[in-house]
Design a protein around this ligand. Structure first.
Ligand code: DGJ
Length: 717
């Protein structure tokens, strides 16, 4: 008996020695670790994803786990990450580990590249991982290449595949439509597949957003529990596949949606997938969001470290009905409000087919003579005289069939040559896979900037998905269109950024139809939704804040839901990048005075709101009130926003416990953003509290009033 035991022990020991001798790849941030091991079959397996492990000797005990990047045609029966059809029509690929390299492109960032190769076909797959140590974000992407004689067909080509093995999985997705973006729904995943994807092409996330939250073992919570949050940087068709297999393990595959997108890859070319970014939090969704916010401002978003301009937009104030005089009048409103910029929206261009409605003119980027006889130059000049900046709306990827561009260049339009055209918002999409169209689109920005160098900002809109899918340029490679369109767009944006590096731009797609981290390399911010009803916005901003910092989320005060007060509308917008889209004549004197004061307050608070740590304290999904706070990095200052939506009569209300302060520091609490002539009724207003009190007892900030709001400054003394 003893002998058997001894032999068993020896065998185990040998296994361990053998296992540790096999290559191990560790991708680590300060808190998170992803570990791969090469097994005896020479293939790569993900054996761990979770809290960072600190004892190397433990690695030998980790179970083998799932194959890192599962390929089609071999022994796995579930969704593969990669599917290649080779020159001989063989559809299988088997990847074996070749080597891995590590380097540190900058302090706090570590890159690991694992090279895998097929032994039957000259196919190489490189899995890239970039770990942002402090922010606990891991970026992954894949490079696929081959040296077969002719092109191979890529049928599936994921950016990332992750394996999880837990008792239960809860997925939160963010879906909706125009004006109802990012509605969060959480559901338990059980055997089989749940797919979150889009086939819209340009206005890619009109129905669902390219990010998700995955809670382990139980439903997601704000401050507790393990949650993986992921998002894809791709301004086009994306797909997330969540598949629970026969063993109850979850596979998460993220990448471009391969729908109608087989890609023919030439020998020696590299197919580089978009980036998939994820974080893993052990303290709930709040921490995961802050990880993303910190990382985005530091590494990803254009001008992430710079401030943002407040603005007045004319869209809802005028729609298409304006002229030079009206616009210059609105600039005076901007000055009265004290904002930094006036933004001229849609409707300023087209002469043969003037843009008097959304039925015509798109594509003809010269000023409408009747409306603007002195051109944009008169407007930039007027803005300069008034001491504000001037911004301009464009929608350069699109065309109305009723336009000179369409008459001249139908070959540049994505359309089916033999079918009746289908229009979405009366327009069609230009074929950005065509380099000539790329030049044309770049030329719109470049032409305007050359002629009017005082343009200080662009709002870049995109109101139509890709319809009538066919490219005259791509000829036999029609299944490349969805991908080559997005690559073409990036080429244009790269040129704009290179030539005008300091030019801020807002990304917009008929509301929040485009919002992803690759686009945000080129855009300083995005328009979250055309729905500016402040009640709805509280949900929309809550949704986007799961992965995006307030700095990139534009929020404007408008007349939507005019049964709510101007103060309520403004207080909601002040939680993001503040703007107005309203005429001062829509407001009374007190409201205008209130807004002026609010802009001043915002200027003093925006360092905290845009660059601080966000704590979502009370969810609008949980009842009739909601509250969020922002804390400066040095914890010397914070601002708390509290909103009553539609409270019930005599409803029980709990104090709101603050977060992120220093327990032993003393903070003075002061309600701000008050309507002229009103006084704060906040209990404890202007009093000094310890951080400990504020975080454990809290403040009674909610009221029984409908659509009521409070903005409270918390300043250390
Ligand atoms: C859709 C945008 O979301 C709006 O803000 C506005 O710019 C219109 N397009 C203009 O057509």
């Amino acid at each position: 008996m003893k002998k058997v035991l001894l032999l068993q022990c020896l065998f185990c020991l040998l296994c361990i020695v053998k296992a540790t001798a096999d290559p191990v790849v560790k991708i680590q941030t300060n808190a998170v670790e992803l570990i791969y091991k090469v097994a005896d079959d020479g293939r790569l397996y993900q054996c761990y994803l979770g809290k960072r492990l600190h004892h190397d000797s433990d690695i030998a005990y980790l179970p083998q786990g799932g194959e890192a990047y599962i390929t089609h045609g071999m022994e796995d029966y579930f969704e593969p990450a990669l599917h290649i059809v080779h020159n001989d029509k063989n559809p299988s690929t088997l990847l074996r580990y070749v080597n891995h390299t590590e380097n540190a492109p900058e302090a706090g960032v570590k890159e690991t590249v694992i090279t895998l190769r097929d032994d039957q076909y000259p196919v190489t797959v490189k899995l890239h991982y970039v770990a942002y140590e402090q922010e606990n974000i891991i970026k992954t992407f894949t490079e696929i290449s081959h040296q077969e004689k002719k092109p191979v067909s890529l049928e599936k080509y994921a950016s990332s595949m992750l394996h999880l093995n837990r008792s239960r999985y809860f997925l939160t997705e963010f879906s909706g439509d125009w004006a109802s973006e990012v509605r969060a729904t959480e559901r338990e995943l059980d055997f089989g597949k749940k797919v979150v994807d889009t086939k819209l092409g340009t206005r890619g996330n009109m129905f669902c957003s390219p990010f998700f939250q995955l809670a382990m073992d139980g439903k997601s919570r704000e401050n507790e529990g393990e949650v993986l949050v992921g998002t894809l940087g791709w301004t086009g068709n994306f797909r997330f596949v969540f598949e629970v297999d026969n063993a109850g393990c979850l596979r998460v595959i993220s990448g471009i949606n391969p729908y109608a997108s087989q890609y023919s890859l030439k020998p020696y070319d590299i197919f580089r997938t978009p980036d998939f970014y994820f974080t893993y939090s052990f303290d709930g969704k709040g921490e995961a969001s802050r990880n993303f916010h910190n990382w985005a401002r530091k590494y990803q978003v254009k001008d992430g470290d710079r401030s943002r301009m407040t603005l007045l937009n004319n869209w809802e104030a005028t729609y298409f009905d304006f002229d030079e005089e009206k616009l210059i009048g609105l600039m005076d409103d901007a000055v009265t409000l004290g904002v930094d910029m006036f933004l001229l929206d849609d409707g300023w261009f087209g002469n043969k087919h003037p843009r008097s409605s959304d039925h015509q003119g798109l594509g003809d980027w010269t000023e409408t003579q009747d409306k603007l006889p002195n051109g944009i130059g008169r407007l930039t000049h007027a803005a300069k005289e008034k001491g504000i900046k001037f911004g301009l709306w464009i929608e350069p990827e699109m065309v109305n069939p009723k336009s000179e561009l369409y008459e001249r260049h139908k070959d540049w339009v994505i359309h089916l040559p033999n079918r009746k055209e289908y229009y979405f918002r009366n327009q069609m999409v230009l074929d950005l896979s065509n380099p000539k169209v790329q030049d044309y689109v770049f030329g719109i920005v470049d032409g305007l900037m050359t002629k009017y160098p005082d343009i200080a900002f662009f709002k870049w809109d995109c109101n139509s998905p890709i319809t009538n899918i066919y490219s005259a340029y791509l000829k036999e490679n029609q299944t490349h269109l969805y991908i080559d369109y997005v690559r073409g767009l990036y080429k244009v944006l790269e040129r704009v950024k290179a030539k005008y590096p300091k030019l801020p731009m807002m990304l917009c797609a008929g509301g929040g139809g485009r919002s992803d981290y690759e686009a945000l390399k080129y855009f300083t911010e995005f328009w979250c939704s055309d729905n500016t009803d402040p009640v709805e916005r509280l949900y929309i901003q809550w949704g986007f804040s799961q992965v995006f910092p307030s700095k990139v989320m534009c929020a404007h005060v408008t007349t939507w839901n005019s049964s709510s007060s101007v103060k309520f509308r403004t207080d909601v917008a002040m939680m993001c990048k503040l703007g107005f889209d309203i005429k001062l004549t829509d407001m009374n004197r007190d409201e205008v005075a209130y807004c002026r004061e609010a802009v001043k307050n915002y200027n003093s608070l925006k360092g905290v709101v845009l660059d601080g740590d966000q704590y979502r304290l009370v969810s609008p999904y949980d009842g009739n009130h909601t509250s969020t706070m922002y804390v400066a990095k040095d914890k010397a200052r914070a601002v708390l926003f509290a909103f009553d939506l539609f409270p019930r009569y005599a409803e029980k209300m709990q104090p709101v416990r603050l977060q992120g302060l220093e327990a032993d520091r003393m903070y003075r609490v002061k309600e701000t953003n008050l309507m002229p002539g009103t006084r704060s009724s906040l209990r404890g207003n202007e009093q000094l509290f310890s951080g400990e009190y504020l975080m454990n007892v809290g403040l009674q900030v909610f009221t029984g009033r409908k659509m009521n709001s409070r903005v409270i400054e918390v300043v250390a003394e």
